[in-house]
Structure formats: structure tokens, C-alpha cells
Design a binder for this molecule. Structure first.
Ligand code: DAU
Length: 342
């Protein structure tokens, strides 16, 4: 298959590009705008691969998308391009509406005009909103609560509308919290790991008892690939890891793996509108013959080791644009924060 992966220089996108290239029948074109979290260093090992091409461009620009689809005769699209960090969506909501909603709208329309055979929209479990009890099913009403999740919900609904209105073969995956190597250190797990490596405090929002279902990036990409090949057009598939944990437990596990003191934990001012819990019912995906394979503690330990062994990768990021973002987000919070009792 000749596949366009958008946002292929990002965290999930880069792992996906590598995974797709490992199959001899695939040709992959990566369209990425290389904004702050897009990093071609995530793909140095495949940069010269004969079945891989990189195109520098923005999914919001129809001409760029049209040209990439035509020039490379692409048959499938996987849309990973997105602004993804909830905290940044609180600081700058409009950029999320632009990339996540307008970008997806442009991509859908150009893909439809080009006669693309399969379009997979990488959505998120955050579209269901906070789920205090039980597990969200694919047919549940969506109720996003942050500018990020609302933008992703807009994209998700647009994708669904292309199936209903045009019969355009759209597939939607709603993945849970993903972790693994190469994740930009603004996200909770890599932030905790890299801060701990530097003996810096680990900021936990609120009481630290918020819950997420953690999914290895290798499993997430495996599920996306599986849905692309085997999913029923017009269908939505939840992807979870089956690893629901409190944030505090995750932070403590990281400190334990690194042999660092629990006193590094700081409870800080909460995220506005912070969703208490996400949890997805994942019974649909096994009907396609897919299930996650990476146990959380194993995947987390391997991730901790990856960051320990790839200091140059994350130090470069943390000394750049990230620094002013970090100060804006955490300086006051950490000053006012309280330590961990244990
Ligand atoms: O559920 C899937 C979603 O997971 C993806 O769609 C998003 O792109 C991804 O960012 C993630 O959203 P979260 O907001 O859950 O991820 P984040 O890593 O920002 O936070 C995970 C949890 O940790 C959440 O309860 C907030 C908390 N947290 C996060 C940060 C950055 C802290 O307590 N302190 C922090 O400094």
C-alpha cells in the first residue's frame, strides 16, 4: 500500500512510519509541518529508506496535500498530525482549532477528491470527556471538555460525516494515553522521567489521583496498522492498554525504577477543567483480531531506560523552546506546591 502518514515526525507518527516501512509491501510518505514537537531526529534510522519520502508541509494547505497525494499516487491516509497537549490548548486554543479541525477538514476533502481507498483518523479517548465510572463505548455520545479534546472531537465528527454523506471509507481510532520512547517531554511520563533524572521535582496536578489508561506506543501503532488493514469502513475503534493507574502511582513507579526519592513529588495547582478519568471499553478491537501485548510496568521500565540512554535527544529539546513553556507552566506552581507525605 502507498500510505500518507501526516505528522510522521511526531511521537506516534514516527513509530508508525517505522512500523509500516518494516512491511515490504508498504511505501510511506510523511507529511509534517515540523512544528515544535515534530522532530526528524525521530526518524534518522529510516531517512534514506528506498520506500520512504518526507514532505515538509502543513495539512491546512490544500495545495500541499493535493500535490503530495497525486505525486506519490497515495492509496491510504493516516492522520496523526495534530496539536496534542491539553495544557498548551489552554494557553493557545486557536492553534488547536486550526490544525486539528481545519487541517482534518482539508485532508478529508483532498483525500476524497483524490479517490483515496482508506482514511484513518487518529482520534483520542479524550473525546468522551471525563468518565467517573464505567468504560466508554464507541457508540457513546462524545462530551469533550478541553480545547484540545473539543478540537479532536471536531475532527472525529468531520471524519464520521464523510462516511455518512459521501460513503468515503473513513476509519477512526480512539487511543488512550500513550507512552514510550521519543515522546516530547511536555507529557506526564517523559516529564517525570527527565525531571527525576535531573533530580528536579515531579509536578502532580491536584491530588495526583487522576486516572489514565496507559497504552504503549508500540501497541498503539500496531492497533492503528491493524485497523487500517482490517477495519470496517465507517467504524470507530477504541484502543486501550488495560492499564488504568493513578498519576501518583505512575510517578512513584518511575522514581522507584530510577532509585530517586519520593520527596521529589510535588502536588501543584491543578489543570483547569482537568478530566478525572478516561477509560475505554475495548471489546470491539479484539473482534478484528487485535489485542495489546505490552504490560505497563514492563513498558514503563523500558521507557525509563530509553530516556536514561538518550539524554542528548531530550536535553536538546529541554534547552530550547520548551524552557520558556516550562517556566510559564510550572515556575509559580512549583513555588506554591506541597511535598509528598510518603
Ligand atoms: O487520552 C489520550 C490523550 O492522552 C491524548 O489524546 C493526548 O494527546 C495526550 O496528551 C494525553 O492527554 P492527558 O492530558 O491525559 O496527558 P498528559 O500527559 O498531559 O497528562 C496525564 C495525566 O497527568 C493527567 O491527569 C494530567 C497529569 N499531569 C500532567 C502533567 C503534564 C500532571 O499531574 N502533571 C503534569 O505536569
Amino acid at each position: 500500500m502507498r500510505i500518507l502518514v501526516t505528522g510522521g515526525a511526531g511521537f506516534i507518527g514516527a513509530h508508525l512510519v517505522r512500523r509500516l516501512l518494516a512491511k515490504e509491501h508498504n511505501h510511506v510518505v510523511n507529511l509534517d509541518a515540523l512544528r515544535y514537537s515534530g522532530n526528524l531526529e525521530n526518524l534518522t534510522d529510516v531517512a534514506g529508506h528506498p520506500r520512504y519520502r518526507f514532505v515538509h508541509g502543513d495539512i491546512c494547505e490544500s495545495r500541499t496535500v493535493e500535490k503530495a497525494l497525486k505525486e506519490h499516487g497515495l492509496e491510504a491516509v493516516i492522520n496523526c498530525a495534530a496539536e496534542t497537549h491539553v495544557d498548551r490548548s489552554i494557553l493557545d486554543p486557536n492553534s488547536f482549532a486550526r490544525t486539528d479541525v481545519i487541517g482534518t477538514a482539508v485532508l478529508l476533502e483532498e483525500a476524497r477528491k483524490a479517490g483515496v481507498a482508506r482514511f484513518l483518523q487518529v482520534s483520542t479517548d479524550e473525546v468522551y470527556g471525563s468518565v467517573e465510572t464505567g468504560w466508554s463505548k464507541e457508540d457513546d455520545a462524545i462530551a469533550p471538555r478541553s480545547p484540545y479534546s473539543a478540537s479532536k472531537a471536531g475532527a472525529d465528527l468531520l471524519a464520521q460525516s464523510y462516511w455518512t454523506t459521501f460513503g468515503f471509507p473513513v476509519l477512526i481510532t480512539r487511543g488512550s494515553n500513550t507512552y514510550g520512547p521519543n515522546q516530547y517531554p511536555e507529557k506526564f511520563i517523559p516529564l517525570c522521567i527527565t525531571n527525576a533524572l535531573d533530580d528536579q521535582p515531579l509536578p502532580l496536578y491536584g491530588d495526583g489521583r487522576y486516572r489514565r489508561d496507559w497504552l504503549s506506543v508500540f501497541d498503539h501503532c500496531g492497533a492503528i496498522e491493524h485497523v487500517l488493514r482490517h477495519g470496517a469502513p465507517g467504524s470507530i475503534y477504541n484502543i486501550g492498554g488495560g492499564n488504568e493507574r493513578e498519576n501518583l502511582t505512575v510517578a512513584e513507579t518511575i522514581l522507584k525504577y530510577l532509585g530517586k526519592p519520593m520527596s521529589l513529588i510535588r502536588f501543584v495547582q491543578d489543570r483547569p477543567g482537568h478530566d478525572r478519568r478516561y477509560a475505554v471499553d475495548c471489546s470491539r478491537l479484539p473482534t478484528l483480531g487485535w489485542a495489546p501485548t505490552v504490560p505497563f510496568e514492563e513498558g514503563l521500565r523500558a521507557t525509563v531506560d530509553w530516556y536514561r540512554n538518550h539524554e542528548a535527544w531530550w536535553r536538546k529539546i529541554k534547552s530550547g523552546e520548551f524552557r520558556s513553556y516550562y517556566e510559564r507552566m510550572y515556575q509559580q506552581r512549583l513555588k506554591d506546591g506541597t511535598g509528598c507525605a510518603s
